[in-house]
Design a protein around this ligand. Sequence first.
Ligand code: WT7
Length: 656
Amino acid sequence: MAKTVPGKQKAAKIVNIGNLLKEKRTFTPPPTFTKQAHARTKNIYRTAKSDPVGFWENMASELVWKKKWRQGLDWNPPDAKWFVGGKLNVTESLLDRHITGHTRNKAAIIWEGEPGDKRTITYYELYRQVNKFANVLKNLGIKKGDRVAIYLPMIPELVVAMLACARIGAIHSIVFGGFSPESLRDRINDAHAKMLITADGSFRRGQILPLKHDADIALADCPSVENVIVVKRGDFLLRIKEGRDHWYHRHMQEAESYCKPVYMDSEDPLFILYTSGTTGKPKGIMHTCGGYLTGVYSTFKYVFDIKEDDVYWCTADIGWITGHSYITYGPLANAATQVMYEGAPDWPDQDRFWQIVEDNGVTIFYTAPTAIRSFMKWGRDWPDKHDLSSLRLLGTVGEPINPEAWMWYHEVIGGKRCPIVDTWWQTETGHIMITPLPGVTSTKPGSATRPFPGIETAIVDENGRPTTNGGGYLAVTKPWPGMLRGIWGDRKRFVDTYWSKWPGMYFPGDGAKIDGDKYFWILGRIDDEINISGHRISTMEVESTLVAHPNVTEAAVVGIPHELKGSCLAAFVTLGNHIDINDKLIANLKDFVVRKIGAIARPDRVIFTPDLPKTRSGKIMRRLLRDIAMGKVMGDTTTLADPDVLNRIKKRYEED
Ligand code: WT7
């Protein structure tokens, strides 16, 4: 494809749906793939449609239950209860059932550290470690229902820590290691976590991320935390606070090797995971035991078509929902073997991922469009140096994939033989919702295709009425097992955010279109959240951070298309009197945001303006700012309180 010059596509193309819908290429599943797949025909869709609850009950019955449920679903919008009356401990489905028979000595995790150190952990070893660590938690006073914050790098102890919580019914709340001390502090305090599990540090592009040091800053203001467990990842300098801080390895040495699982109600919480919202405050999304596990188990099985001898690799961090669902819970429930990698894709070289695929014979590879665009930019020489013939299935998640990136993934990484599953879902949905089934569904580059069996989605207008021509809002019209059950401590926000737009239907916040084949094309967020490299950032959160800077009086942040990241942030900033504008101040403001939120929220552009364009009622005209930031021609400006402001902003932007 002559157009596909890596790194040279126009940014606008990535988000322009006009281009997506002109996409006419379709790819049918290779017959050899279909022949061996878990799902070979469309029957699974028909079965699920005729009795969705029964379909999910069948999926649930493949898991280990202490007591069977008496009712599949109790739906009292917006409250769903799945597998009512059922009792289980999720770790029995992930571990106990795999430690007899041939899976006992099977590799659960083939881990690789960024510096090149390797560890392979079998199901039996993982089982032992989880049991021991569950006892460590118990000995430090953690009980069912307590919240445990986890701030760890991508090391096996992260999986051990989350499952040890699940073993004793404690609720884990994982905070991505790239988040700042302040973000960590806010999440700990919102959940009133009793304990923090962290590490001395982690490796990233050869540098050390000082996790414990950052955690100490956060902990200065976290009164609920009684104990801190520290995993020794390297030999990084740190301060140990006697009485509060405990070494992981010391406690593990002394711990008993069996911990009786605490049986949970199907609807008891399993974890909280914070995600950004349209206000500055992150939302603690709550997931439960029975429904969530059923959802991730079954989607993992059918979407990734997992088989006994597959080597699966998801490149996400466990700090995000992708890692929760498709590194920890989904794969382990399926007794899969997976690769887990600690570091950056370009360390020490831009072929690190392909080296890992080759070394381990990876068969299923799941990554984000933003990563694929980086690989394209780095050039095909890097993957071409490696034998990638073990791959049989590819996946993407996190944001709409532009057809150019899809085609590159298909040709260069998949050698034109691997189906691609473009999977749409969210922190809130818990598991994959819209996706091809790789042995059944024909794919079109840029479309996540159709809802998973048992899931119903629609494109609706403002009033919740279905639209078939053109676009609209994406809606989920039926309850599903992994649906969020609430926002931690904020019932009203849960109802307002997701359930108040249309009665009884879930509002995910995405725009989408549907084509003549009933394929869904996700356009992206329609609210104030921006998807940067597949991660959600609230523009409000960045704005409120910027105005907290002593030199800033007002700020408006908008998302604009970015060639690699999908979107990036442009910040319009009004300064206090007598503040000099210079490069140092720009760097300073960007760093300020990184320090307060984390590197993913760093604005790409800071544009100074004497004033912000506002409507007469005082609302900042974000659309206009977006247009300015993107260099578009300006539309009608008569609603501006001070029309001249715009021209001044535009001028600044052009000078910048
Ligand atoms: C938002 C959810 C799902 C795990 C990672 C992100 C966007 C996600 C796709 C896709 C188009 C996608 C949506 C969604 N998104 N997957 N395949 N195609 N857009 O989880 O941080 O909760 O973000 O990511 O906008 O609402 P998250």
